[in-house]
Design a protein around this ligand. Structure first.
Ligand code: NAD
Length: 371
């Protein structure tokens, strides 16, 4: 750890000059503690809340990504993170002055981990400051905002990635490999169950202004995104029904429970549940003509558990955010191509589906989708 801290203090060269080094390979088990002082993605974390804390902890065992800066509105948190991760004063910002990150050569990318409704403004400001952006899910609160974020990043010539950690998870990738290899035969059906019982009614997740919606934005999105990477297609229609048992807690525009169905071009269908009112809901089931896969838990922090018609999935558990950030370093610095995309367009597709689900709930009708 000390050598990493020393190294952190030493890095001054821009990482853009480094990607040609041949040592940059994430296949070679970067998660065993191995000395590595080569090129790394230098990341400032924006939003030092519960998930930002988890990401930073996980990055301590990354091989190709480092926490080198912070953006926060709380000076005491900044101090704490500075001492924990050896972050110099010049790499610390607040929400008023973070545009100045533009002239900081020690930061390559900003990871936006703030409440959903702030992602749009935060991502666009980071892009304008010329830094690559990693943005948490949901990338925005609707497709229009998501498109504006993509456009801003394109215009600034920076990369935009969405924090879809499951796209790097080994058991998930094995099921995707099997599906691509035809081992399930023609895919017919997907079931996604995503939910938990939410507590404190005063939290931002239950405030439409900050959350942009309810369970669908926060947890239902896992079934939406999962249906696409498990089935391997993008849906062309959606139907949806909302159930609200507690209108006091789940106010107007904050969905409590939504069941939704998706139709895919091949004829496969998905049936999903998104809820803030039920526990033990973290399950994917994929059914094909020749076989099946089931995962439970399917998207929690893990270990993910699952089996297929061929037996148990035995791929190792790796802290999701560690492998995610190492792979994202490869995508940003080296143009590496992930098995399942994590770019802004990928996030936009999910936002278009969420818009359509809300529309289907309102109208009671089937809504066509063009992704
Ligand atoms: P959190 O409440 O724990 O943290 C949010 C942080 O944003 C806090 O530090 C807060 O101070 C800061 N913030 C800045 N401006 C704010 C404002 N105006 N109002 C409220 N807070 C403000 O939330 P979290 O659980 O860390 O979630 C943050 C984001 O990360 C969300 O978009 C969420 O969907 C996403 N997330 C992703 C995963 C995942 O597995 N990929 C898991 C949890 C959360």
């Amino acid at each position: 750890m000390n050598s990493r801290r020393d190294f952190l203090q030493k890095i001054t060269a821009s990482a853009f000059a480094l990607p040609l080094l041949s040592s940059f390979k994430t296949e070679d088990h970067p998660y065993k503690p191995q000395p590595y002082e080569g090129p790394a993605l230098r990341v400032a974390i924006m939003g030092l809340g519960s998930y930002g804390t988890r990401v930073a902890e996980a990055m301590q065992t990354c091989k190709y990504a480092r926490v080198t800066g912070v953006i926060s509105g709380t000076p005491s948190k900044i101090k704490d993170w500075q001492s924990r991760y050896t972050i110099p004063d010049k790499n610390c910002y607040n929400y008023e002055n973070f545009d100045r990150i533009k002239s900081n050569p020690d930061i390559d990318a900003v990871y936006v981990i703030t409440p959903n409704a702030l992602h749009h403004d935060h991502v666009i400001r980071v892009a304008k400051a010329g830094k690559h952006v990693i943005c948490e899910k949901p990338m925005a609160v609707n497709a229009r905002e998501a498109q504006e974020m993509i456009d801003a990043c394109k215009q600034a010539n920076v990369k935009l990635l969405i924090g879809y950690r499951m796209h790097f998870e080994p058991k998930t990738l094995e099921v995707i490999r099997m599906r691509k290899n035809g081992e399930f035969g023609k895919i017919l059906f997907f079931q996604g169950l995503s939910g938990f019982r939410i507590g404190d009614p005063t939290q931002w997740r239950l405030n439409r202004q900050l959350a942009g919606g309810g369970a669908m934005m926060d947890i239902g999105i896992y079934s939406i995104n999962g249906s696409r990477y498990m089935v391997g297609e993008d849906p062309t229609w959606v139907t949806a029904q909302e159930i609200k048992t507690d209108p006091q807690k789940f106010k107007e525009g904050v969905d409590e429970t939504i069941q939704f169905q998706l139709g895919f071009p091949s004829g496969a269908v998905a049936s999903c549940l998104s809820t803030y009112s039920m526990s033990n809901l973290d399950r994917f089931f994929l059914d094909g003509e020749k076989g099946y896969a089931e995962m439970q838990p399917s998207t929690g922090y893990g270990p993910i558990k699952g089996r297929t018609h061929q037996g148990e999935l035995t791929q190792p558990h790796i802290t999701h955010q560690t492998i995610q950030m190492d792979e994202m370093a490869g995508i940003i610095l080296q143009g590496k191509q992930p098995v399942v995309p994590v770019d802004g367009e990928e996030g936009l597709k999910d936002m278009k589906i969420i818009d359509a689900i809300y529309q289907a709930v309102q109208s009671g009708r089937k809504v066509d989708l063009k992704l």
